[in-house]
Ligand binder design. Structure first.
Ligand code: FAD
Length: 541
């Protein structure tokens, strides 16, 4: 197969136009083109009046070697890489069972790949099965009742379950592990198009069934799930050379599970578990993250700004955006986790705190577009100790809870009022989607001054890129604090903790991923490291 990239055709081209365009580009007659597979289809909307589709194609051609020679030097024509997945090991008989903590995308992919290699992992999840968890999550959104162990952050499927299910990432992925994640998701019920469109998304509804299907596969391969099983301690013992080695995990009920390999895929909100790890001396560092607000506009405004007369085109779907502004105070402001046609959700896992995030359904058909507008902060903003970032997040989340009225409503402010520096007393035409509700107030009460200043400066700059972005009745709700982990649980080249052998920090909570796809990819990488270590093979550097 050869791969042809960057083949550009007008947005509304008829399907039959693809083949002649390929033939022309390759300079071959029709009879020599034996098969056409779309590997990826994206679009270029920089000129909204002349949007083009951009194809990456895998092609079977007669006389492949000669064709490649003829086009040598053309960076857009080459041999198609092998994107298939090959297992690195097979579990030996009697191998100890690895433990995977967490069933977010990282833990799920780690457990699935370990199970596929025959390791029969034990999967521990503090929260509930995804269907029960869904009821608890809705209880917060509908009635303001939070279940601290079962919510948007905790429970089967992890943080991404009630999300937009965006499945793209900017990570380097030379071994195509992202493809393996997508292929497994399709097997579990995701739409096949996620394998070809450039910005795939699944929506929250399908994610729930996919998570169940992956569980069934893992169990069928000998894996074992335990829900309501919070890990509260690690058994760490010296090995033959006096080095720290994890030998088991302790569950909240007091039970100890012995194991020599623990995948720690706990996500960015397991603050109590971070504390336990610090107390047990597991090496970790504070790391930068971002805080800010969610902003909502009518989706039609974003569609018009991005797609002009092509707004509403089926192939384009609901438009997204990505915005960045470098503030005069040295802070970067950027849009985060943009959810077209979705809603803002209550995403706290702790009582007495308010946290925002966004989600959508597959159709992305809801009225509003929403995105985090967040400001980068560094450990220099909270230098006290390694977990001071958690204290920092909690402080603003508690202030948001108070400003919202103390019942899980979110504090909100109209952009017009925010720019003028005055509290909102009512909402405008843009109806905020956050449930259980929004209290008009002044968001400056619940974010640091430098963040407020930077966002105030950024909004007019964003207006220049998306007309209407700073319209007076766009709504902002807060606070968006869980953008990524406030710590990194450092690991070495062998994927094990720097000072605790057998402990494999993984995914977003450990600071090695940001988003569903990259967390899944990290899960695969860590599963391979576990398998290689368990079978006495070297982990490639
Ligand atoms: P998590 O998904 O956080 O999973 C960690 C799991 O560990 C949880 O299930 C938790 O219950 C469990 N756990 C924690 N501590 C313990 C313990 N001590 N014992 C046992 N179990 C424990 N990303 C995207 O790419 N696209 C999106 O559209 C998107 N939308 C999002 C929308 C929302 C509302 C949220 C909250 C996040 C969204 N994200 C999105 C981010 C994405 O969900 C995360 O990056 C991803 O889930 C991280 O995966 P993870 O497996 O590392 O951790």
């Amino acid at each position: 197969m050869i791969r042809l990239t960057e083949l550009r055709l007008p947005l509304n081209h008829p399907e039959e136009a693809l083949r002649p365009a390929i033939l022309q580009r390759l300079g071959i007659p029709d009879r020599e083109l034996e098969e056409v597979r779309v590997f990826r289809r994206g679009y270029d909307a920089r000129n909204p009046r002349a949007i083009v589709l951009v194809y990456t194609l895998d092609l079977a051609v007669r006389g492949e070697a000669a064709l490649l020679r003829r086009h040598a030097g053309d960076p857009r024509i080459g041999r198609a890489p092998d994107t298939g997945y090959n297992f690195v090991a097979r579990a030996p008989g009697g191998a100890t069972r690895p433990v995977v903590i967490g069933t977010g995308p990282c833990g799920l992919m780690a457990a699935l790949v370990l199970a596929q290699m025959g390791f029969r992992p034990i999967i521990l999840e503090r929260g509930k099965l995804v269907r029960e968890r869904t009821k608890d999550t809705w209880a917060l959104w509908r009635r303001g009742v939070l279940t601290p162990e079962s919510n948007v952050q905790f429970g089967e499927g992890g943080a991404g379950t009630f999300s937009d299910g965006k499945l793209y990432s900017g990570i380097k992925d030379p071994r195509f592990y992202g493809r393996k994640v997508l292929v497994e998701f399709v097997k579990a019920g995701a739409p096949e198009e996620i394998l070809t469109v450039s910005k795939p998304h699944i929506g929250t509804f399908r994610l729930v069934t996919m998570v169940e299907s992956i569980r069934e596969q893992i169990e069928a391969l000998g894996g074992e799930y335990r829900f309501g099983s919070k890990v509260v301690d690690l058994v760490i013992e010296p090995d033959g050379e006096g080095q720290r080695h994890v030998r088991g995990v302790v569950l909240e009920g007091g039970e100890t599970l012995r194991t020599d390999q623990v995948v720690l895929a706990i996500g960015h909100s397991a603050r109590d578990t971070f504390g336990m790890l610090r107390d047990r001396g597991v090496y970790m560092e504070a790391k930068p993250f971002s805080i800010g607000v969610r902003i909502e506009h009518p989706q039609s405004l974003i569609d018009r700004a991005r797609f002009g007369p092509n707004a509403g085109n089926r192939l384009l779907g609901a438009a997204d955006y990505k915005l960045v502004h470098h503030g005069r105070n040295g802070r970067s402001v950027y849009s985060f986790c943009m959810c077209p046609g979705g809603r803002v959700v209550a995403a706290t896992s702790e009582p007495g705190r308010v946290v925002t995030n966004g989600m959508s359904q597959y159709s992305r058909a809801e009225f509003n577009a929403n995105a985090g507008i967040v400001v980068g902060i560094t450990p220099g903003d909270y230098p006290e100790h390694v977990l001071a970032g958690v204290d920092f997040q909690r402080r603003w989340e508690s202030l948001a809870f108070e400003a919202g009225g103390g019942d899980y409503r979110a504090p909100g402010q109209l952009v017009g009022d925010f720019l003028q520096g005055r509290a909102s007393t009512a909402l405008g035409d843009v109806e905020p989607s956050y449930k259980p509700g929004v209290t008009p107030t002044d968001l400056a009460r619940c974010l640091p001054d430098y963040a407020i200043d930077a966002i105030r400066e950024a909004l007019p700059a964003f207006e220049a890129q998306i007309p209407g972005f700073a319209r007076a009745d766009a709504v902002m709700t807060g606070v968006e604090t869980r953008t990524s982990s406030p710590i990194r649980i450092r690991r070495g080249w062998d994927f094990q903790s720097l000072n605790t052998a057998g402990l494999f920090p993984a995914g977003e909570g450990a600071g090695y991923a940001g988003g569903i796809l990259s967390a899944g990819v990290d899960g695969i990488r860590v599963a391979e490291a576990v398998a290689l270590t368990a079978t006495g093979q070297p982990v490639p550097r």
